[in-house]
Design a protein around this ligand. Structure first.
Ligand code: G6Q
Length: 522
């Protein structure tokens, strides 16, 4: 069964939300927060995760109308279609099964009538045994030395996920140094080469198609550099591939035994759970890699089985639709209060914007309502000294996600207390602001009485700016898996609501074609 094809703006729920918005658009978070049960009523807990969405311009009625919209467009059936392997990526004729990659259940998942679970298990076993050999030093390079450096060569979905996860899980890293080469800009690969010794480096070439210009150019350059000191017979010890294109991998010179599979039923930007995550497993060990998958699976189970008003990805998606389609907010900020997560906004930009940046609906008709949000962000507290001015006092409405952890990894509790008081302080400042009266009093007490007339308007914070607090106990492989899966399901939910296909990415093609033409004409 394909996804339903319903223009959301023609539903009765949409009409109700439109009326509800007209009546309530001026509601103020400060007033809403006076209800002492609000924090409990507008929070969802899932083991080590607490999502507090109380500081939003929503009431229970808003939420139930948005849930009605989700029901009317068939979200429940859509979720089932995705998990059970139906061809929901209709424009590419593919199932979408990143969820199967992390599933530990015995339930078969069929693609073209064949259960894919056994091949997933085989691939995981291969990742495990290869990672163990490299990490333990048993895997030797061409001069008999163990591997010290891993270079992941890939771009887009074959780079951003593994890069972000390896960076985020640095605390759990082993002795191997991991590098990522993606850009076709030769200076990128040259800078990496400077750090490498060919005798002890393992190259992981990640490319589903094995034809991507950037990846193949970088892989060729690295191979040529390697062959300055080694021979083609040494390639199997130093080059492995993750790909579906066995022929191209073979002609590149990589041994068939050293090829890890990818599948058409996993989209590039959702593929870190497959062998695309090999460099993650090499960096933090297979057990941690499995924990990452386990965390994602926990979120999958929650998403698939929980009623919508208690379903974290669904609620966050609905709130985002409320701002995007009714308040016409154009962007959302993702603000992790952990330096480890500094690459998360980049990763989410691809996941969200490549998926839901679509202007035609499932009929192929041009859409006359807003779809994919622009996502951006950076880590707290750094960004407080950078762009937060605009979020607090600018003219744009920017809904925010504040991601935080109750505990830090190295202790240093003094730092962590400061970090978390900033985390909460920012959300409070956004929601409650500072009134004229408060500024007046403040200037009066600080002895700046004479400045009241000139400074007052500049020091007012109007507040009423929304935020979600996404709080985990601790940054672990498992909690990271849960966080990534949360956003994946938020993306799909929004794609269903907007009646678009979230899993193709034709918009990246034209520029590539033109670049090829220009290159050939040079
Ligand atoms: C993601 C896209 C895209 C893809 C890259 C790399 O969903 O499909 O980012 O991952 O273009 O493609 P290859 O893996 O084929 O090199």
């Amino acid at each position: 069964m394909a996804l339903k094809n319903i223009n959301p703006t023609t539903t009765s729920a949409w009409q109700k939300i439109t009326n509800h918005f007209a009546e309530n658009k001026n509601i103020n978070i400060k007033d809403l927060m006076k209800d002492e049960n609000r924090k409990d009523d507008f929070s969802i807990e899932l083991d080590d995760l607490l999502v507090d969405f109380s500081k939003n311009r929503i009431t229970q009625e808003t939420l139930s109308l948005l849930v009605e919209l989700a029901e009317e467009v068939g979200l429940k059936e859509a979720i089932e279609s995705q998990f059970s392997g139906e061809i929901i990526n209709a424009t590419e004729g593919r199932a979408v099964l990143h969820t199967a990659l992390r599933s530990t259940s015995e339930e078969p998942v069929l693609v073209n009538g064949k259960n894919i679970k056994p091949q997933i298990q085989t691939a995981l076993r291969k990742i495990k045994s290869f990672s163990n050999k490299v990490i333990s030093g048993k895997w030797k390079g061409y001069t008999g030395k163990s591997i010290t450096d891993i270079v992941n060569v890939g771009i887009g979905g074959s780079d951003l996920g593994p890069d972000m996860v390896v960076e985020s899980l640095q605390f759990y890293k082993n002795q191997l140094t991991t590098h990522f080469v993606s850009n076709v800009d030769g200076d990128h690969v040259s800078e990496i080469i400077k750090k490498l010794n060919p005798e002890t480096t393992l190259f992981v070439i990640v490319s589903k198609t094995f034809t991507t210009q950037e990846t193949i150019s970088n892989a060729e350059t690295l191979k040529n550099w390697f062959l300055k000191s080694a021979t083609i017979f040494d390639i199997p010890k130093h080059f492995v591939a993750v790909s579906t294109n066995l022929e191209a991998v073979d002609s590149f010179g990589i041994d068939k035994k050293n090829v890890f599979p990818m599948w058409n039923w996993v989209g590039g930007r959702f593929s870190l759970w497959s062998a695309v995550g090999l460099s993650i497993s090499l960096s933090v060990g297979y057990d941690n890699y499995r924990l990452l998958l386990d965390g994602a699976e926990e979120m999958d189970i929650h998403y698939r089985n929980t009623e919508f008003n208690k379903n974290i990805p669904v609620v966050l998606a609905l709130i985002s639709v409320w701002y995007n389609n009714f308040y016409l907010a154009e962007t959302e900020a993702v603000l992790p209060y952990s330096q480890y997560l500094k690459k998360l906004p980049d990763y989410l930009q691809q996941a969200i914007m490549e998926s839901n940046g679509k202007g035609v609906d499932r009929n192929g008709d041009k859409i006359d309502y807003q779809t994919g949000t622009i996502v951006w962000g950076s880590t707290g507290t750094n960004m407080q000294h950078a762009f937060m001015q605009l979020v607090h006092q600018g003219t744009k409405l920017i809904p925010t996600d504040f991601i935080g952890y109750k505990e830090s990894l190295y202790g240093l509790t003094d730092h962590h207390k400061k970090l978390m008081s900033n985390y909460y302080g920012q959300m409070e400042a956004l929601a409650f602001g500072k009134t004229k009266e408060e500024v007046h009093l403040e200037l009066k007490f600080s002895g700046d009485q004479d400045k009241i007339n000139t400074l007052l308007p500049f020091k007012v914070f109007e507040g009423n700016r929304p935020s979600n607090a996404i709080l985990f106990d601790k940054l672990t492989p498992k909690s990271l898996g849960k966080l990534i899966a949360l956003y994946e399901h938020k993306i799909f939910t929004q794609g269903v609501l907007w009646n678009i296909y979230s899993y193709d990415q034709f918009g990246v093609e034209l520029g590539k074609e033109l670049a090829k033409k220009l290159l050939n004409n040079q």
